[in-house]
Design a protein around this ligand. Structure first.
Ligand code: ZN
Length: 103
């Protein structure tokens, strides 16, 4: 049976448990081996899964297969204004990525 990539269970717990419990599952301190990025501030991206992953910000295209993307859209459609704000940011990122990269 294939193992989950390192720290994915922790990431899941952080995203699904209520706040006080989620704090028990901080990102891992070793390289997760497969970083997944989110924008930390104007200039840097950091990894969802580990504290090792950090890079200069690169605008990211939307991954239509991402479970996180689907969950955010569901929450936004259900009326979450926080989720809608994130969806709007991700869409803006996607447009920036399409303008700045040629693939
Ligand atoms: Zn990582």
């Amino acid at each position: 049976m294939a193992r989950w990539p390192r720290y994915r269970l922790r990431t899941w717990a952080r995203e699904h448990f209520p706040r006080p419990l989620a704090y028990l599952f901080p990102p891992g301190s070793k390289d997760c081996g497969r970083h997944e990025w989110f924008r930390n501030d104007e200039h840097t991206d950091i990894c969802w899964h580990c504290t090792v992953g950090e890079r200069e910000h690169v605008p990211a295209k939307i991954d239509p297969t991402s479970e996180l993307w689907h969950a955010l859209n569901q929450a936004a459609r259900a009326g979450s204004s926080d989720a809608q704000k994130i969806v709007d940011r991700v869409v803006a990122e996607d447009e920036e990525a399409r303008r700045t990269t040629r693939v």
